[in-house]
Design a protein around this ligand. Sequence first.
Ligand SMILES: NC(=O)c1ccc[n+]([C@@H]2O[C@H](COP(=O)([O-])OP(=O)(O)OC[C@H]3O[C@@H](n4cnc5c(N)ncnc54)[C@H](OP(=O)(O)O)[C@@H]3O)[C@@H](O)[C@H]2O)c1
Length: 321
Amino acid sequence: MTLDNDELPKTFVLNNGVQIPTVGLGTWQAPLNATRDAVSFALQQGYRHLDCAYIYLNEREVGEGIRASGVPRSEVFVTSKVWNLFQDDVAGNLEKTLDNLGLDYVDLYNTSLTLGVLQLVHWPIKFLPADAGAPNPLRPLNPDGTYKVDRTWDQGVTWAGMEAVYAAGKARAIGVCNWSIPYLEALAKSWKVVPAVNQVENHPFLPQHALKAWCDARGILLEAYSPLGGPGAPVLQDEDIVAVAKRNGVTPATVLISYQVNRGIVPLPKSVSHERLVQNLRVVRLSAEDMALLDGLAAKGKAQRLNKPPFCWDLGFDDWD
Ligand SMILES: NC(=O)c1ccc[n+]([C@@H]2O[C@H](COP(=O)([O-])OP(=O)(O)OC[C@H]3O[C@@H](n4cnc5c(N)ncnc54)[C@H](OP(=O)(O)O)[C@@H]3O)[C@@H](O)[C@H]2O)c1
């Protein structure tokens, strides 16, 4: 029998002692006209963790949703991310994010349960400025449609900027996204603050077992982005996952979200649908057999990365050209 499980933790503890709710609401590609309602509704239903980013261009609507929810800001854990173009000005980009979200700095510090702002490096890549007149200056492109990447940039400089906003108290924790083991090993030579999290694509087709073991050993919590496989939620259709869902009397989405919490990873499912928002809050204990099956799907030939922007840059993942 599957239990909606009170024993499963509602929060994990970051390596600096800050508590992070185990399921976060993703906001990438939440349309502007749906974001405020989705965030407000989600918080009213019990979400306490929002995953945002400057580049999602909807942080204003997220902030409106927080205020409309009636949930005290002090109870909400908010994550944002430095965009690739601004790695030489982490503090400036964070200021813009906080302005967009409408967060009050003072509230960050006035109680022990302060509004959590987890600040992440979005990708270990710095962009070059866009050409004059480029249609989207935030996403500078080469003529062939690939991103304009600054191949000389030292990620240690970006991380020093992150450490500075942390030291200044503007982020309660700092972390990275999309960092492979070789990148983390290089950063470890100069980091003063160990990243609190590494947010990466993660689902049974891309379980990242080696990365998880590496991060576990250093107290870095993994967060699973695209836990349902991303837009359209393709992983939900997989026959093995559907079978686990049927066996447990839950939906495939509940299996995928629960899979992550059961293995000590924070899933960040995105939805703007009331029905799916409620569904995605459900977390159940999965048996050792089900966990082993899900853990083994990639090795069984189903390995697949679904989010792979054309950076044309070796990010150090085995499956990234
Ligand atoms: N750091 C990074 O580089 C990075 C990259 C990608 C994503 N992320 C973060 O991770 C979050 C989640 O990833 P994601 O947005 O790529 O994908 P996801 O959460 O795996 O999947 C979202 C898709 O699944 C649908 N969906 C949600 N719940 C469902 C359910 N119960 N049943 C069926 N379909 C469902 C959504 O549609 P509806 O909205 O219509 O429900 C949407 O199409 C993002 O929003 C973002 O916050 C970070």
